[in-house]
Write a protein of this length. Structure first.
Length: 266
């Protein structure tokens, strides 16, 4: 698939970008910087402005509290069981993405709403304790050259699930899970039925809509001087696409997989 959203690898980051990546890891509580931040680092001024705008939200626990309440009512497709012994690293990957994608959904969704002028007219966001983050190392992020053709083809097939048309962004979670090709095969087996009966797409859509309503209220908490119009449009396009496609989709899919593993309550 064409890489419509290029990104700077963490290992290649230098200077201010490397410093910002380090701060993002520390504040969000993850070992891996989300692809959206690495994409914003590819054009001047975007990463410093966007991170500066939402950093106070993370520190106040606003995305964490939103995630905590959202999970109480979020819709999940019913998957066949994925229980069974697996390497600890596999569940660490799932836990890391479940944490980071969900809180990023609310921080970045709020940023998108702010840039689009779609902040709610009233309401205030709740603050709360920070959610515990899985403080475990993750394996290398694999690319096509690192895996066999069957595994990479499965990564691309999985990435199309719950997307309408050709996906714009390749979800990093599947690239991490490519370390365990057999588990990728199991994921595909349990996701295909809920893709076919559209319960997966319905869950993704329902959760995306519910999150957007919450994000419009959180947007009221962002107190950042607006960027210039050109930079603002580029940030809005990049962040909005990640929020509405890759992040919204993977929040539901990852949580459903963890529920099928017995790692979280559904």
């Amino acid at each position: 698939m064409t890489d419509a959203f290029p990104a700077i690898a963490e290992s290649a980051a230098t200077g201010e970008v490397a410093e910002l990546f380090g701060d993002i890891r520390a504040v969000v509580g993850v070992r891996v910087v989300n692809l959206v931040w690495r994409h914003l680092a590819t054009f001047d001024g975007a990463l410093p402005w966007a991170w500066g705008a939402v950093r106070p939200l993370y520190l106040a626990g606003i995305p964490d509290e939103a995630a905590r309440r959202f999970r109480e009512t979020m819709e999940l497709p019913k998957l066949d069981s994925l229980a069974g012994a697996q390497p600890a690293g596999l569940d660490a990957v799932l836990a890391s993405y479940d944490h980071s994608n969900t809180i990023n959904l609310f921080a970045l969704g709020a940023l998108t709403a702010k840039l689009r002028g779609e902040a709610a007219a009233e309401g205030s966001a709740s603050r709360g304790l920070r959610l515990p983050s899985p403080d475990v190392p993750l394996p290398e992020l694999l690319s096509q050259k690192d895996v066999g053709p069957q595994t990479w083809a499965r990564v691309l097939r999985l990435n199309k699930l719950a997307d309408r048309g050709e996906p714009l962004i390749l979800a990093s979670m599947y690239r991490h899970l490519a370390h365990w090709p057999r588990f990728l095969e199991q994921i595909e087996t349990v996701l295909m039925p809920v893709q076919a009966d559209r319960s997966l797409i319905r869950a993704v859509d329902a959760n995306r809509d519910a999150a957007a309503r919450i994000c419009s209220v959180i947007a009221r908490e962002i107190d950042a001087k607006p960027p210039d119009s050109v930079l603002g449009l580029r940030i809005e396009r990049g962040v909005g696409t990640f929020v509405e496609h890759a992040i919204s989709k993977m929040v539901t899919i990852c949580r459903a997989i963890r529920a099928a593993r017995g790692s979280v309550s559904s």
